[in-house]
Design a protein around this ligand. Structure first.
Ligand code: NAP
Length: 246
């Protein structure tokens, strides 16, 4: 699977799944810019480790909820490296709560971070990708788009939105050499899931047919497949990487 020489942009690349995606793209030979929000120390560590290995990695602070910020990030990457070929919309949050008590901010934060951000960066990047007649867009969904979990109405709505959005833009962009796909992870060991895993203990593994939690690398491998030059005939797909949950 080839991404050598390609320019990639990953949102939420400083921790968890996003960090693994940055690492695998960079180690496969892509130049990688990634966005983080607040944890500058984590972002610097990712960039420093990979740049010390001889890769080209650039950490950019930006809030993915902001359209002007997405326009600036894309413009800065294109100015620095002359093109943008791979976009991974990975940044996401959870703010769980039952409908009866969920406040409007909990709803809006999740929709803005998980779904509006995908619109922001896709629209900002596709002008460049369409004029290049080459692009690979990979959006991060979740099995929560399909599984009903009490307390996750905001999160499930955001990820269901990501999947519909991805299928739709795939049909719009196909003739311009731009593919759009999504990855839907199951239970992956990151900061996002640590509280649930600690509370549920070993019980959680009994619900997963492969009997283990996923690692961030399980997801970055799937992203690498969609990002590769060779995947030009794969578009509009939602790939579940969930150890068999669904
Ligand atoms: P994580 O460990 O909590 O990391 C989240 C990343 O997103 C961090 O780099 C964070 O940067 C960034 N981020 C959050 N809000 C942002 C904002 N407003 N602007 C810019 N960056 C922002 O999360 P994760 O578990 O790796 O999840 C990554 C993606 O996979 C999410 O879309 C999530 O919904 C999805 N997913 C995860 C799982 C799972 O089991 N972990 C399962 C299904 C789907 P800062 O640290 O700087 O804030």
């Amino acid at each position: 699977m080839t991404v050598k020489g390609r320019v990639a942009l990953v949102t939420g690349g400083s921790r968890g799944i996003g960090r693994a995606i940055v690492e695998s793209l960079a180690r496969a030979g892509a130049k990688v810019a990634f966005v983080y929000n607040s944890n500058a120390a984590a972002a610097e560590e990712v960039a420093n480790v990979l740049n010390a290995e001889g890769h080209e990695v650039w950490a950019i602070q930006a809030d993915v909820r902001s359209k002007p910020a997405s326009e600036k990030v894309v413009a800065d990457v294109v100015e620095k490296w002359g093109k943008l070929e791979i976009l991974v919309n990975n940044a996401g949050i959870i703010r769980d709560g039952l409908l009866a008590t969920m406040d409007a901010q909990q709803w809006q934060d999740v929709i803005d971070t998980n779904l509006t951000s995908v619109f922001n960066f896709c629209q900002s990047a596709t002008r460049t990708m369409m004029s290049q007649r080459y692009g690979r867009i990979i959006n991060m969904s979740s099995v929560a788009a399909d599984v009903s979990n009490p307390g996750q109405a905001n999160y499930a709505a955001s990820k269901g939105g990501v999947e519909g959005f991805t299928r739709c833009i795939a049909t719009e962009l196909a003739r311009r050499g731009v593919t759009a796909n999504a990855v839907a992870p199951g239970f992956i060991e990151t900061d996002m899931t640590v509280a649930v895993v600690n509370a549920a203990g070993e019980e959680i593994k009994k619900k997963i047919p492969v009997r283990r939690l996923g690692k961030p690398e399980d997801i970055s491998n799937a992203v690498l497949f969609f990002a590769a030059d060779e995947s030009s005939y794969v578009t509009g797909q939602i790939l579940k990487v969930d150890g068999g949950i669904l």
